[in-house]
Design a protein around this ligand. Structure first.
Ligand SMILES: Cc1ncc(COP(=O)(O)O)c(C=O)c1O
Length: 437
């Protein structure tokens, strides 16, 4: 039986967008092609390319944002460093869920963690003129490397899968010893592989960051979402593991997009340690009016990027954090559905001849969460993606995530509704029949 979508349709749209190789296409480019193919064919895709939350926004935020708009905040510019009520709730959240003390003044709202990353690269990576840029512990979120590229920064990257546990130390040191690294970035839980760093690994990262005086950018976009542990109770262990326990050289990026399903309002949190905030370097004067990182971050980077973060969204985030900090809302329970869907979806792939690429988290099977990675025997990631698009299934290649594993794709579980599982199963079945191994 032929695939449900004519190959010519996909090819035509890819060519019109100037994409010679779908395997190198960005998440947004794949999304655009799938939007067009869906429109042309009327077929509803199994859309696994983009990490859009598939759940309703946290209600405490929506109510507070509406209230703030009615109060008239839309007319006024917000302070670029954030409204005081939000800054103190961020500091409280960090204490209650990470067990780390931070200064509320150094807790800054950003236009999503995307902007937090950009502002961090613009300051941290410019502190030392003789260093080259960030070291990405990959696989990772492709846009962050794009941000570095846009800024004209170099970067280093390695796939961590073969360097877990104690093996992480020599691998990291081999880069740090060059003296060219200014910051280290990773996400944990990891997008796309869903690897979660252990306390021992975070200790290694933290110790080396202190030793080589580099700044760790810890991206907690999936805060609390390692569902094997319960990180949801304020002030009670276990706490979400963090490098902040092991070094003073850290910046935390905490997104509200997934944990609070607030992606649309583009608001995230940047938490800067006292040590990093107060770092001084004459090289910063090339770009900023002060040699102090915290000053350059607020009155240089954030001022120029967006002049702060949407006023009403700040009220929303303050209210969501308050509800969570006060123990009125369990934000982890609200997103557990992702892990449950992942379990079913992974099984459907395995039942139809696919394999899981990043299948282990140290000795344990990889947890069920927001993403999983899969491959089909004998196919590169690019080939598999182009083939699956003809079956109404979309994803992104691991190639663009800094992964060494060129054969795989990343699937995002969030947008798939449970009523699409029978469609997914039928399409995978047909794919397997059409591609005998
Ligand atoms: C690892 C990672 N970092 C950052 C982001 C961006 O978060 P935000 O929506 O807060 O900009 C994402 C979004 O998918 C992500 O996966």
């Amino acid at each position: 039986m032929a695939a449900p979508i004519d190959a010519g349709i996909v090819r035509r749209h890819a060519q019109a967008m100037g994409l010679a190789d779908l395997g190198r296409a960005s998440i947004r480019e794949i999304k655009k092609i799938v939007d067009l193919v869906e429109k042309d064919t009327g077929l509803r895709f199994i859309r696994m390319e983009m990490g859009i939350p598939g759940l309703p926004a946290m209600q405490a935020g929506v109510a507070a944002q509406i209230e703030a708009l009615k109060m008239g905040v839309a007319a006024a510019y917000p302070d670029i460093q954030g409204i005081p009520a939000l800054k103190s709730e961020i500091a409280r959240f960090v204490k209650l869920f990470l067990d780390v003390d931070v200064n509320a003044e150094h807790c800054v709202p950003t236009v999503g963690s995307m902007m937090g990353g950009m502002a961090t690269f613009m300051t941290v990576n410019r502190m030392w003129a003789d260093r080259e840029g960030s070291l990405f512990i990959d696989p990772g979120f492709p846009v962050q490397k794009l941000q570095c590229k846009l800024l004209g920064h170099d970067y280093f990257t390695f796939d961590v899968f073969e360097h877990r546990g104690e093996k992480l130390r020599p691998k990291l040191e081999s880069y740090l010893k060059t003296g060219k690294v200014s910051s280290i970035l990773y996400s944990s839980p990891n997008n796309p592989s869903w690897i979660c760093f252990t306390e021992d690994e975070l200790r290694i990262i933290g110790e080396l960051a202190t030793q080589y005086n580099v700044v760790v950018i810890e991206d907690l976009a999936y805060f609390g979402m390692d569902f094997r542990k319960d990180y949801s109770r304020p002030g009670q262990p276990p706490f979400q593991p963090t490098v902040a326990k092991y070094t003073d050289n850290y910046i935390l990026l905490i997104s509200s997009s997934k944990a609070f399903s607030y992606a649309g309002e583009r608001i995230g949190m940047m938490v800067v340690s006292d040590a990093v905030w107060n770092m001084r370097s004459p090289d910063l004067l090339r770009y900023y009016s002060s040699d102090q990182l915290g000053h350059g971050l607020i009155f240089g980077a954030i001022y120029c990027l967006s002049s702060g973060t949407s006023h009403s969204a700040q009220y929303a985030l303050a209210a969501m954090l308050k509800a969570v900090n006060d123990g009125q809302v369990n934000f982890v329970d609200q997103v557990r559905e992702y892990g449950e869907k992942a379990k079913v979806m992974k099984q459907l792939f395995l039942d139809h001849g696919f394999t899981i690429v990043y299948d282990k988290d140290l000795e344990d099977p990889i947890a069920d969460g927001f993403y999983f990675t899969f491959a089909y025997p004998g196919m590169s990631g690019g080939h598999l993606l182009s083939e699956l698009l003809h079956y109404g299934i979309s994803a992104i290649t691991l190639d663009i995530t800094g992964s060494d594993r060129t054969e795989g794709l990343r699937a995002c579980t969030s947008l798939i509704k449970r009523d699409q599982f029978p469609d997914l199963e039928a399409r995978l079945k047909q794919f397997q029949q059409d591609h005998p191994v």
